[in-house]
Every structure is written in structure tokens, then in C-alpha cells.
Design a protein around this ligand. Structure first.
Ligand code: NAD
Length: 299
């Protein structure tokens, strides 16, 4: 690609995603406020920058993978933000998980500045981002703009799902995460109960897999993280709490009751007030076991 492409936010997800683009031979101008995170991507060939304005100078495509609405708004539409400094016709693709109202606001400002905006939040786990097997939920109004980012998405993942117009990608992401995060908590509670009842984990796993209780949180996420005694993020309980909050907010805005979601949100809220805030969300299992006074199960 001859275009200049900038990538901002090189954390647990953005780091491997940017690295996968670079490894496919595409030049990338990169930035993260955390120099350690930035240097990891610079080591694989990313062009380092002192600040965001240097990173996006003359860029035609800017990708953001930041923690939450606040940071995305600050970087894109804040004072002297990215939007003010791009040439008309450039594309901004936000891949972070943020409030849909934030996405709508940013898209509107892009339109006023004659920029294309695409929301392309990311599904699956950090391990998928590392192996280049992520899934993307894309909201986009302009086919020409999509064609320009498609090769980049193909470097980072294996599934591109076109959700519809701008804003549909982020909405699909929030609804889907509501389900994932609820299933994670149900799995934590089930495995705590199984442990208390002295069930053999391997045997219970087999029972679960053979029934409709089978789920990816138990068999993919918990199996590769907490049950292997790895609670490093991954996806932090802090970020999971943020995403559950986005679902609750959407439910409130549109008068859709989410009673189970509200209880699950309360659990994440409680867990993040302790040491668990920066742990992987599969560590909900350890939190649940701690409350029940049981030794957490391990493989
Ligand atoms: P992270 O906290 O590991 O990474 C975010 C990065 O953004 C950090 O390196 C941070 O230093 C950087 N940053 C923050 N403010 C910045 C600023 N103003 N300018 C430049 N850099 C800044 O988070 P993550 O796990 O990589 O998640 C990123 C987004 O992707 C979140 O919205 C999250 O909800 C979503 N997501 C995460 C996962 C996951 O499994 N971790 C999966 C899918 C989606």
C-alpha cells in the first residue's frame, strides 16, 4: 500500500493487530501514550512517533484501538484532534468498543470535515488478535472507503461481517459482548458450584460439552486462561465492566429491560473494586470461588 496509514492505541489488542499489518509488509506509523507498548510494535517495524499529530501527519487512513469512549473522543474530536488535522477524503476506522452515541457523534463530525468514518469493533480474544484470527463487525456507508480498509482487516483477522450503515458495527459488538460477559459469569458460578459439589473438572467438562450448556467461555476462554492458572489480561475486568455498562445504557435508552445483565454488571462492578480490576475477565471464576470459600479449580 502506498498510502500512509496510522495506528493509534497499541495495547493488548492494538499491539498484535498493528504488528500483523506490519508483518504482511505494510508500512505503519504508530503511536501509544505508553512508550513501552509503542516500542513493542516499533521492534517489529512500526514507525515510532513522539505524538499523535506526528503519527497522523499526511495519513490517509487512521485506525484507533483505544480503551473507551472518553479516549476515542479525546484523540479524534478533542482540541487539535485527529479530525482537524487530516486532509479531506481520508478515512478514520475506530476499532475500539465505545458508546454508540460516541460513534454517532464522531461520524457526524467526520462528515462535516469531509472524512469517511468506519466503525469496526473487534470480536474474539487477544489470542486471536495475536494469531491474526480476529472477527470484525463493520459499519460503513461508503463502499470505496471499505475497499481501502479491507486489505488491512484481512491482515488482522479472518472474519469480516458487514453489519450495515455506520454505527451498526458498534451496536452489534455491544449486544454480542452483553451475551459473552453474562455467559462468563454464569460459567464462573457453575464451576464454583461444581467445585463445591466435589465434581471432577474433566468429567464435568465432558458432560457440559455434550449438552446445550456447551459454550465458548468455558471451553475456549476459561480453558486457555484461568483454568490454566493464567489470569493476566487478555480482556481486563475493568474493560468488561465498561462493556456491560454500555449494554445497560443502551437497554435504558431504548426501554429494554436487561435484568440478568443488570445483576452481571453488579458482579463486574464489585470485582473491579478489588485486585481483580486488572485481571483477565476469566478470573471471575476465582472471584466467585473466593466469595464461596472454595479453592478455585485448575486443569
Ligand atoms: P488496553 O488498555 O490494553 O490498550 C489500550 C491502549 O490505548 C493502551 O496501550 C493505552 O496506553 C493506549 N491509550 C490510551 N489512551 C491513549 C491516548 N490518548 N493516545 C494514545 N494511546 C492511548 O486495551 P485493549 O484490551 O487493547 O482494548 C482496546 C479496545 O478493544 C477496548 O475498547 C476494548 O474494550 C476492545 N476489545 C478488547 C478485547 C480484549 O480481549 N482485550 C477484545 C475485543 C475488543
Amino acid at each position: 500500500m502506498s498510502k500512509k496509514i496510522a495506528f493509534i492505541g497499541l495495547g493488548a489488542m492494538g499491539g498484535p493487530m498493528a504488528s500483523n499489518i506490519i508483518k504482511k509488509g505494510i508500512k505503519l506509523s504508530v503511536y501509544d501514550i505508553d512508550k513501552i507498548r509503542m516500542n513493542e510494535v516499533v521492534k517489529v517495524g512500526g514507525e515510532s512517533n513522539q505524538n499523535i499529530n506526528e503519527c497522523i501527519k499526511n495519513a490517509e487512513i487512521v485506525i484507533t484501538m483505544l480503551p473507551a469512549t472518553e479516549q476515542v473522543k479525546e484523540v479524534l474530536i478533542g482540541k487539535n484532534g485527529v479530525i482537524e488535522n487530516l486532509n479531506p477524503g481520508s478515512i478514520i476506522m475506530d476499532m475500539s468498543t465505545i458508546a454508540p452515541v460516541g460513534t454517532d457523534l464522531i461520524a457526524d463530525k467526520c462528515k462535516k470535515n469531509k472524512l469517511d468514518f468506519i466503525d469496526a469493533p473487534v470480536g474474539r480474544l487477544v489470542s486471536h488478535a495475536v494469531s491474526g484470527d480476529s472477527l470484525f463487525m463493520v459499519g460503513c456507508n461508503n463502499e470505496m472507503a471499505f475497499k481501502q480498509v479491507e486489505p488491512l482487516l484481512n491482515c488482522m483477522g479472518t472474519s469480516i461481517i458487514r453489519c450495515g450503515k455506520i454505527g451498526t458495527g458498534i451496536r452489534a459488538k455491544i449486544v454480542n459482548n452483553f451475551q459473552i460477559l453474562s455467559i462468563a459469569q454464569i460459567t464462573a458460578e457453575a464451576l464454583t458450584l461444581a467445585k463445591k459439589l466435589d465434581l471432577n473438572l474433566e468429567v464435568f467438562k465432558e458432560v457440559n460439552a455434550g449438552t446445550t450448556a456447551n459454550n465458548g467461555q468455558f471451553h475456549v476462554n476459561f480453558m486457555s486462561k484461568v483454568l490454566k492458572n493464567d489470569t493476566e489480561p487478555g480482556f481486563t475486568i475493568d474493560l468488561a465492566h465498561k462493556d456491560m455498562g454500555l449494554a445497560i445504557e443502551a437497554g435504558n435508552n431504548f426501554r429494554v429491560g436487561l435484568p440478568v445483565g443488570a445483576s452481571v454488571h453488579a458482579v463486574y462492578s464489585q470485582a473491579r473494586s478489588s485486585d481483580y480490576s486488572k485481571k483477565d475477565f476469566s478470573a471471575l471464576l476465582d472471584y466467585s470461588c473466593q466469595l464461596a470459600g472454595v479453592k478455585p479449580p485448575r486443569l
